[in-house]
Design a binder for this molecule. Structure first.
Ligand SMILES: Nc1ncnc2c1ncn2[C@@H]1O[C@H](COP(=O)(O)OP(=O)(O)OP(=O)(O)O)[C@@H](O)[C@H]1O
Ligand SMILES: [Mg+2]
Length: 498
């Protein structure tokens, strides 16, 4: 299998794999259980031996204390999410690597050969350290990541490849854990992302949480007590699962009944569509607001959007599409598979990265489509201005095309200054530093003092095709240079805008 690159959509709740066939169509790769979808769940049998996927999901009920979910959202943090009985410590990277290892193994079994390279997807506004963490996990799983593609861009690729005519379209991806929105244009087989936005903490699981709170309240009023997370762990896991099942049921039914039991007390709770929609209305409003804001940001109106594409399992929940159709006055296109579109897009990009490949003697061609993506946020440098205080001076504006390299020059604050600490911030021009995300910092030291204080500190930011940032600083007076060292320690920036 020379040069094969598969597509992997590592989802918060479920992961999917795909590969292009000889006709240029994306197909799911089934896992060892024969399913197209693998729950992103890890459980530790006897508290020690990891099990991944559907079996882990099933065991969540019987051993919730050993079961981990939603760890994709923790990528980039060093938090120990699970210490095994023998003392082995697992972070989100370790758990992600376990899932990716299973996917790789299963793909190899399904395809009958070794799988060493993949295109992976990630939420559009995944930050530098989160992207890096995902790449590290893939490396540990033995996968070379040929490209990291934002999830809505991947869905746009899957959609764009099918289109004969040029058009501008809107992709909305409500997954299990995150919401992403992207505006894209396809023209002469060039897929250009115009802008992207998202809610990193809004997904189907939040719809479940809203439902869980309601079910717990109802259970309490019927059973006379409120179960607690510690004493009734299995009950809480049961409510989570039943809340999700109720959400799925309400997508096609007017009402459903949820029966819950704890400490020998049982209660049947009726849940109607109307109640569910009321419970989840604030979440739906947030997604619609994000889409409207994005459109304004890219200078378009809904009339200019030819198609609305909805992907992600969460978008099947009742009320989500309806609210969007109402807000946009546009019908949602039905001609894309909402659960698999992201993996399909990753598979398309995989074949592009491979330049085509051969599988079982069949030539898989590289699709004739090119993705041009943008940076989801602005990145700048912390400056200390007399009137603004510590604030952000943007070096790379939001929606810059990636790869991107941009430079901005700064003045030092004091004539006697011989040291500069440069702090990179994610945020808009002039935003107070404490409202920005601190990406990292670097230092330039032993600088010659300069009484004239001209703009002289040149900061260059490079964003590669995966959206990963590297930075360098140069003192143009002395020629001193430094590379950015990403760390999260505190620092101050004694510089001014040039
Ligand atoms: N028929 C349905 N009705 C309502 N919700 C559904 C339905 N089917 C799936 N879901 C929900 O979709 C979510 C999973 O969707 P998806 O596979 O797109 O997410 P993911 O890729 O794991 O997450 P993310 O993209 O946020 O990382 C879950 O919250 C699930 O409950
Ligand atoms: Mg997803």
């Amino acid at each position: 299998m020379n040069g094969m690159v598969i597509g992997i959509d590592f989802g918060t709740t479920q992961s999917k794999m795909a590969l292009l066939d000889e006709f240029g169509r994306a197909k799911s790769i089934r896992n060892a259980e024969g399913d197209e979808i693998t729950p992103t769940v890890v459980t530790f049998e006897d508290g020690e031996t990891p099990i991944v996927g559907m079996e882990a999901y099933r065991q969540a009920l019987s051993q919730p204390q050993y079961t981990l979910m939603d760890f994709k959202l923790k990528l980039g943090s060093d938090e120990i999410l699970y210490p095994s009985k023998s003392g082995k410590k697992y972070t989100a990277i370790d758990l992600t690597a376990l899932v990716l290892s299973k996917l790789k193994r299963d793909a190899e079994a399904a395809l009958g050969g070794s799988v060493n390279a993949a295109v992976l997807t990630c939420p559009a506004n995944f930050q530098d350290h989160q992207r890096q963490a995902l790449l590290d996990a893939a490396q540990r799983a033995g996968l070379e990541v040929k490209r990291l593609v934002p999830e809505p861009s991947a869905a746009a690729l899957a959609y764009g490849l099918q289109r004969g005519s040029d058009q501008t379209f809107f992709v909305s991806d409500l997954g299990g854990g995150t919401f992403d929105a992207t505006v894209a244009r396809i023209q002469n087989q060039n897929l250009e992302v115009l802008g992207t936005s998202g809610l990193p903490q809004v997904g189907g699981r939040n719809f479940d949480h809203a439902t869980i709170q309601h079910l717990l309240k109802e259970f309490e009023s019927k059973a006379g007590f409120r179960p607690d997370g510690k004493q009734d762990m299995a009950f809480m896991e049961d409510v989570r699962e039943r809340a999700e099942q109720a959400k799925v049921a309400l997508a096609s039914r007017e009402k459903t009944t949820v029966t819950l039991g704890a400490r020998g007390k049982y209660a049947s709770i009726e849940l109607t569509r109307a109640t569910f929609e009321k419970l989840t209305a604030p979440l739906v409003a947030q997604t619609v607001g994000t889409c409207n804001d994005l459109l304004t940001l890219v200078g378009l109106s809904w009339e200019k959007i030819d198609k609305l594409i909805f992907v992600g399992g969460g978008s099947k929940a009742v009320g989500v599409k309806e609210a969007m159709e109402k807000a946009s006055g546009r019908r949602i296109s039905q001609d894309i598979d909402p659960l698999r579109a992201v993996a399909y897009g990753a598979a398309i990009q995989g074949a592009i990265e491979a330049g085509g490949f051969v599988l079982d003697g069949r030539a898989i061609p590289a699709p004739k489509i090119q993705l041009s993506d943008v940076l989801a946020y602005a990145v700048g440098c912390m400056v200390d201005e007399p009137n603004l205080g510590f604030s952000n001076a943007v070096i790379v504006p939001r929606h810059s095309r990636i790869p991107s390299r941009q430079t901005r020059t700064f003045r030092l604050k004091d004539a006697a200054q011989v040291h500069a600490e440069i702090v990179l911030l994610q945020g808009n021009e002039g935003d107070p530093a404490d409202q920005c995300l601190r990406l990292g910092q670097m230092e330039l030291s032993d600088l010659p003092a300069d009484a004239s204080l001209p703009p002289r500190i040149e900061i260059t930011l490079d964003f590669d095709k995966n959206g990963l940032c590297s930075a360098s600083g140069k003192d143009t007076l002395s020629g001193k240079q430094n590379q950015m060292k990403i760390d999260y320690s505190k620092g101050v920036s004694r510089m001014h805008r040039s």
